[in-house]
Design a protein around this ligand. Structure first.
Ligand code: ADP
Ligand code: MG
Length: 247
């Protein structure tokens, strides 16, 4: 029997979802120029949980903004599913952000006059195949807080609403910039559990920026940034659940 014709890459490892090559970002010009990213090469794979560590000013947020299509590089390439976001049109980059990326920031930016459910629903109206807001809120363990307003929720609960809002469009990429930066340890753990559950159950490529090295133990892979470059990377043999992290 003739073997079936297969794609050449059929037996090769998974393709990266996001890929950076020589990614460079310079803010400003002349003597005031700041080289925030300096030739970053990186591959991020579907379903991975990646923690990005590095001191303040090392380029973490700049890299996350590039991965999320919020900004374009000065030079180099940043590909999503093989398509270069740097040379894509603004409309294409907007579509990438809207359909494929969930963002979580240190501050939750919820609408104070809307309930948890309504805050999530705002986003699902824009997405082609959204989750029910209630389902997204249950995933972050807020199924009992659907009709609470932000002012009736703790900081950690508000951040979990922000996570529900970010994932309700079923993004393939979840980007979190210091998601526990404003929280104490106990509420921070609940937020990390919500992020970890999304990654595990939805298979969302997840990148978490933190300057807390303890959090790195919950990742598949840890990337250290320094002066706009990847200083080193490591792969963890096992992922430690957030509540078992030693603070
Ligand atoms: P991190 O998130 O690791 O603290 P950033 O990516 O925010 O680092 O910043 C990297 C460098 O780029 C820093 O020196 C910072 O001052 C500079 N920078 C970041 N954003 C801007 C901007 N919009 N304009 C000018 N410089 C910036
Ligand atoms: Mg930052």
């Amino acid at each position: 029997m003739q073997p079936e014709v297969t794609e050449p890459e059929a037996n090769s490892p998974a393709k990266p979802l996001l890929e950076a090559r020589g990614l460079t970002k310079i803010y400003g010009s002349g003597p005031a120029a700041v080289r925030a990213l300096d030739g970053v090469d990186l591959e991020l794979y579907p379903g991975e949980f990646v923690v990005l560590l590095g001191p303040s000013g090392s380029g973490k947020t700049t890299l996350l903004n590039q991965l999320g299509g919020l900004d374009v590089p000065t030079s180099g390439v940043i590909r999503f599913r093989g398509r270069d976001l740097a040379t894509a049109s603004d409309a294409e980059r907007t579509r990438y952000r809207r359909e494929s990326v969930g963002f979580v920031f240190q501050f939750y930016n919820l609408m104070p006059s809307l309930t948890a459910r309504e805050n999530v629903a705002l986003i699902t109206e824009l997405a082609p195949d959204p989750m029910d807001p209630e389902e997204a809120l249950r995933m972050v363990r807020l199924g009992e807080r659907l009709d609470h307003f932000p002012s009736q929720l703790s900081g950690g609960e508000q951040q979990r609403v922000a996570i529900a809002r970010a994932i309700a469009k079923r993004p393939s990429v979840l980007l979190c910039d210091e998601p526990t930066g404003a929280l104490d340890v106990r509420t921070g753990v609940a937020v990390l559990e919500a992020i970890e559950r999304v990654n595990r159950e939805l298979g969302t490529l997840t990148v978490v920026i933190t300057h807390n090295a303890v959090i790195a133990d919950m990742a598949d892979r840890v990337i250290h940034l320094m002066d706009g470059r990847i200083q080193h990377q490591r792969r963890n043999p096992v992922r430690i659940p957030p509540r078992e992290l030693r603070w």
